[in-house]
Ligand binder design. Structure first.
Ligand code: ZN
Length: 65
């Protein structure tokens, strides 16, 4: 997901709690339109951006559910 899209999601979602049911790679676009992965992950529901460490913790939690 594009990080701008994520920011918009986060704005709409507000500060409601979220279980982050689905998380995907956060991307941004170079000037030539190439998508890049910036190493962060983003929740497709609330737009919350997590770094690699948070993502690993999220994955572990998900596995144990
Ligand atoms: Zn979320």
């Amino acid at each position: 997901m594009d990080f701008k899209e994520a920011q918009e999601l986060a704005r709409v979602w507000g500060d409601k709690p979220c279980e982050h049911p689905h998380v995907e790679k956060e991307t941004w676009y170079s000037l030539d339109g190439t998508p890049n992965h910036n190493g962060d992950y983003v929740c497709t529901q609330c737009g919350y951006s997590m770094d690699r460490k948070e993502y690993e913790a999220w994955k572990e939690k998900k596995k144990s559910q």
